[in-house]
Design a protein around this ligand. Sequence first.
Ligand code: NAD
Ligand code: GLY
Length: 367
Amino acid sequence: MQTIDVDLGERSYPIYIGAGLLARNDLLATHIVGRQVAIVTNDTVAPLYLAQLEQALSGYNITSVVLPDGESHKNWQTLQLIFDGLLSARHDRRTTVIALGGGVIGDMAGFAAACYQRGVNFIQVPTTLLSQVDSSVGGKTGINHPLGKNMVGAFYQPQAVLIDTQSLSTLPERELSAGLAEVIKYGLICDAPFLDWLEENMSALRALDQAALTAAIARSCAAKARVVAADERESGVRATLNLGHTFGHAIETHQGYGVWLHGEAVAAGTVMALDMSQRLGWITAAERQRAVKLFIAAGLPVTPPADMTPADFMEHMAVDKKVLDGKLRLVLLRGLGEAVVTGDFPRDILDATLSADYAQQLAQLKN
Ligand code: NAD
Ligand code: GLY
């Protein structure tokens, strides 16, 4: 097992990473305050892992709330089901909410924990690669509004994050690849030597080698923990975690949520950020191609949807959370391992990136 600490003063917490940790009741018990526990999960994850977690917590009074699966349920109506479960089983202020599932469950259960009786104990048990390396760490919680994704929420840090790498054995391959997009992201924004490691270990990761998974998740969480400790509320460096996300969100929204997975859109969006960084003279063609090859090795798309025009991108990018005072800001690379957030770029460079022929770039790469 590896342990990474998120250093936030009195609100610091550990991330435990390893194979078989779901059964480690000792790790969970350290972070539970009272006798009551509410496990929030969904109808896909419950049949796979709920019994195992309930078994590990058999000494507690447990309420399990099983929500419908899917991003389309990340809303007020579903959040209310969590409060219904907590109140009808009379959970008090010393209860502990445990999120068992991917990022949708983690974001919703965390927001419920932040609101219930003005804030109760909260533990993340993420079961997708994306949630293990990204969403379970750093305290962003919330739900979607019909007019915007993740627009209603709170910063609310958990007491602990427990990552059982074995839970990835049931994850669909496409979801695993989507999580790898965020893993590669850490190498690109702040840890260039990690890119060497990923090039050597990508096959082992996709084959679910437990040691390789533990190492990759720990290194990703360590990178995220450093960034969150430096800028918890995203007034600066935390925005670099959104490399590829501005272009990627435009792809997700334009295609309709769920058509492209978030990590797939981030991969194609990052290829666009790499293209722009190269046009600005900040990275070389060889560096761009190296990153693109890594996304391909992870089983991810590296070309944006052929039917999306530059106008489509601009329409969706205008509502990005990084837009400040009407000015679009993007995360770009000044080298592999060095991300910057900037609104200082010539408009014609952005236009060139939005209208670039990515299929042709890919064909050149393969030749
Ligand atoms: P998800 O939660 O929808 O999970 C993907 C699918 O995998 C779901 O169908 C889920 O039920 C299923 N699943 C989960 N674990 C499984 C397992 N072990 N075996 C089999 N199936 C399993 O999606 P996600 O990619 O984990 O998370 C995406 C969400 O996370 C989005 O809502 C996004 O906004 C949010 N997010 C939040 C942050 C943050 O900092 N809070 C960061 C990134 C993403
Ligand atoms: N996923 C971006 C962040 O946590 O800030």
